[in-house]
Design a protein around this ligand. Structure first.
Ligand code: SF4
Length: 375
């Protein structure tokens, strides 16, 4: 569980088992919600209330985000990594992956390709490789990209508070760092080696970034590793904690789900779409002001639906390999293509234009830019 929670896993499980329909109705009727409301809304008892949860979540979402959906794209600048996360094909022992770190010229080419689609918010992603992705390198990348995009976020190895301060000055304003699991025993099993094995260092990443000035703090666990209700209870506790400690920043939720793939990692606690929808609705109701993104790991039908009731933000036309937008398409051989393993399997393979069209077909507006620190 999230370490500062004063409840054990067993106490949370027992609480969830004893939620009654009246308690769920009480949580749905409230205007301001607390951590127990989140538990009530993710309980098994709340499952028949999903239609009502959709209605309430949609109102909450509209109140803060209107009929809009913000769009962004990830840019993978490198996939070398010294960690050993059991569920990731970028882990250091996985020899089947073609490893590369883009040069600044290649990063510019990728960024131009993204920019041509209209997307104006960028998430810069890299594996944990302290020799390559130094603060100095990330600052160079930030300075290159900042004039091209209104909003830059980072999903790289956790840094010190001072490191984040320098990255913020270079133009990055958002941070994404998935805790993967809040269960410390499971965390040790899944991350047997490398700097990521340090649970506490990773857990306090958002806190360090928030103190350094980052204005969007992305949190998540990996759906499929641990029991989703316990993980969701911890994620909510983490969010309440960050809202107190970094009150000037905005918490952003993501719900990245891993599914079994042939010959791949088999998640110990697979999460189905119905579970995920219930969880996303519960978070939207309890945290109406927070950002919420829906992953390209999910199918188009689910993504198009959930951005109407819970999520306010989605990626479009994502490529999850370094050079995936344009660089690796030049002069690539068939053999290269097979070795070009992505970090995870994409389910939504639509082009950005197709994603924008689907958003508009549902009566929503596509937002390319909702912030500009360059002004
Ligand atoms: S999940 Fe991240 S840290 Fe872990 S092996 Fe993959 S790229 Fe490296």
């Amino acid at each position: 569980m999230f370490p500062s929670l004063k409840y054990t896993e067993k106490e949370v499980d027992d609480y969830l088992k004893n939620v009654s329909a009246d308690i769920v109705c009480g949580s749905l009727a409230k205007v301001r919600h607390d951590w127990f409301d989140l538990l009530n809304l993710i309980s098994e008892t709340a499952r028949p209330f999903i239609p009502e949860m959709r209605r309430i979540a949609q109102v909450a979402r509209r109140r803060y985000y209107g009929k809009t959906v913000s769009v962004y794209a990830p840019l993978y600048i490198g996939n070398t990594c010294i960690n050993a996360c059991l569920y990731c094909d970028f882990r250091r022992q996985h020899t089947g992956t073609m490893r590369r770190n883009l040069t600044l010229d290649e990063i510019r080419a990728e960024a131009n390709a993204i920019r041509r689609t209209g997307i104006d918010s960028l998430l810069v992603v890299a594996g944990e490789d302290p020799k390559v992705n130094t603060i100095a390198h990330l600052i160079e990348v930030g300075k290159l990209l900042k004039p091209m995009f209104s909003y830059l976020a980072l999903e790289v190895a956790p840094q010190t508070e001072e490191g984040y301060r320098q990255l913020f000055m270079a133009g990055y304003e958002g941070l994404t760092c998935f805790q993967e699991t809040y269960d410390q025993t499971l965390y040790r099993e899944m991350h047997p080696a490398g700097p990521k094995a340090d649970y506490a260092w990773r857990l306090n990443t958002q806190l360090r970034a928030g103190r350094a000035g980052f204005r969007v703090l992305g949190c998540a666990f990996l759906l499929g590793l641990g029991t989703w209700q316990r993980e969701a209870a911890s994620l909510a506790a983490h969010a309440f904690y960050l809202m107190r400690e970094c009150w000037e920043a905005k918490v952003q939720f993501a719900f990245p789900r891993i599914c079994s793939v042939d010959g791949g990692f088999v998640p110990p606690c697979e999460v189905c779409e119905d579970d995920m929808e219930q969880m996303m609705l519960a978070f939207r109701i309890v945290f109406p002001q927070c950002c919420m993104t829906v992953s390209t790991r999910e199918a188009p039908k689910f993504r198009d639906f959930i951005v109407q009731t819970a999520a306010d933000n989605m990626s479009a036309g994502s490529r999850v390999t370094p050079g995936g937008y344009t660089v690796s398409k030049q002069g690539r051989t068939c053999r290269d293509h097979k070795a070009d393993v992505a970090q995870f399997t994409l389910s939504d393979r639509r082009t950005p234009a197709e994603v924008f069209a689907a958003i508009r077909a549902n009566g929503q507006e596509v937002v390319f830019k909702n912030w500009d620190s360059r002004i």
